[in-house]
Design a protein around this ligand. Structure first.
Ligand SMILES: [Fe+2]
Length: 439
């Protein structure tokens, strides 16, 4: 029994010893401060995974290729309507070129490495089909050639105007350098004829030194096709290779396009009367304007030529005041007056025209005056029955028109002593001639 009790006790003790709680642990030390957070560098951006090409629908894949770009326009054949014209105004040449209608083009000429632009206060012009580049005579006379340069504008915009490539063409130019046997041709009263007037100017062939266009080259300025006849005659007769002098007639101011004439003809600071030089020749272009009073019904309140003539009288006086640099310049050998209407007879504006005659006769002392207007061929000497206003020199009225191509102009050869004048018709037959001695 004792043994059993002892065994029980032993088992009891062992069981309770295992169930005793563990002694309490010492308190934990305070936690250290957390280290600052470290900025993790940004992961480099991985390129987007290439998407597999989408399968285009069959219709889009079969889209036709874009049409090829048109060929750039070539100078002159695709751009110009006529050869250029070299007009003499003052001591300058105005090189004028006519591009195709509605073709926007910016243009300039290069003479001896220098560029002369058709520009208005730094802006190159492209709105009209006519272009004008003004070059000092001394530069072109020395270079004897000029290069027409242009860009066709695909689209003129405020920014990034698109243009076609640069186009260039060089023209030979022959200034008048001789002082004897100078040959020139005068046309007037063409009244929109082109072919026959060009044909008569070929009378001197390659020896032609100068072309004078003496008014009524246009029959009227009604349409654009009227306006460009001046370019057709002047460019066709000279090919831009010799100087041209232009005097306006009384038919050019007629019609709705007359206001545009200033852009299609040579002017001195906007005026149609001016002096000019070509080699040893000094000349003055005068403009009588219309041939009837401003209030005439034919003009319908669109003409003010009377004040225009009075301004011109003042200009003539200013030329006389500057004689030393004009007709009395040391290298001047010939003095010419060019005016479409021979202001030598009649009662219309007689006071003004007598004053012009007196100023010219007493001061300028011209060798010859050339006119047209009457559609006849006539040489008027001082004292003749046509001389009603005291003409300043012999006046040659030198154009006659018939039907169709029937047209006659005036060929002139200048020597120191005289001028040989021949009236040449469209078959190049001489219809009459005269020798005018210089005093
Ligand atoms: Fe006329």
């Amino acid at each position: 029994m004792k043994k059993l009790l002892l065994l029980f006790l032993c088992i009891f003790c062992l069981t309770h010893a295992q169930q005793q709680p563990a002694p309490a642990a010492p308190p934990a030390p305070p936690a250290p401060p957390a280290p600052p957070a470290v900025q993790k560098p940004a992961e480099p951006q991985q390129p987007a995974a290439q998407k597999p090409a989408e399968q285009k629908p069959a219709v889009e894949a079969a889209k036709p290729a874009e049409p090829p770009k048109p060929e750039p326009k070539k100078l002159p054949e695709d751009i110009l309507q006529t050869p250029p014209v070299v007009y003499a105004v003052g001591n300058e040449y105005q090189i004028m070129a006519l591009v195709k209608q509605d073709l926007p083009v910016v243009m300039w000429v290069e003479v001896n490495g220098k560029s002369y632009y058709d520009a208005s206060n730094g802006i190159l012009r492209s709105a009209r089909s006519s272009h004008r580049m003004t070059v000092p005579q001394s530069e072109l006379n020395a270079a004897k050639e000029y290069t027409l340069c242009c860009h066709v504008l695909t689209k003129r915009k405020a920014y990034f105007t698109q243009t076609e490539p640069l186009q260039k063409k060089t023209y030979k130019f022959r200034p008048i350098e001789k002082t004897e046997n100078i040959k020139f041709f005068m046309l007037g009263d063409c009244h929109n004829r082109v072919k026959a007037p060009i044909a008569v100017t070929q009378y001197y062939g390659k020896d032609l030194d100068l072309l004078i266009l003496n008014g009524d080259i246009l029959d009227r300025s009604e349409k654009y096709s009227d306006l460009i006849n001046l370019f057709k005659v002047a460019g066709g007769a000279t090919n831009g290779e010799i100087p041209v002098v232009y005097a306006r007639g009384n038919h050019e101011p007629r019609g709705v396009m007359a206001e545009e004439l200033e852009y299609y003809s040579p002017l001195r600071n906007g005026y149609s009367y001016f002096t000019f030089r070509v080699g040893p020749i000094w000349g003055i272009v005068l403009d009588c304007g219309e041939d009837k009073p401003d209030g005439h019904d034919a003009y319908g309140h669109t003409i003010a030529c009377h004040p225009f003539r009075l301004e011109e009288t003042e200009y003539l006086k200013s030329v006389i005041a500057n004689a030393a640099n004009e007709y009395n310049a040391p290298d001047v050998k010939y003095r010419l007056v060019v005016c479409h209407i021979p202001f030598i007879r009649g009662t219309f504006e007689a006071d003004i025209y007598r004053e012009w005659c007196t100023l010219l006769r007493e001061n300028v002392k011209p060798n010859l005056m050339f006119s047209a207007h009457y559609h006849r061929l006539k040489v008027v000497r001082p004292g003749d029955d046509w001389d009603k206003n005291g003409i300043p020199c012999t006046v040659v009225i030198g154009s006659r028109t018939g039907k169709g191509d029937d047209y006659t102009g005036t060929a002139v050869e200048l020597t120191e002593k005289n001028a040989a004048v021949r009236f040449v018709n469209f078959t190049q037959k001489v219809e009459g001639e005269d020798i005018i001695e210089f005093k």
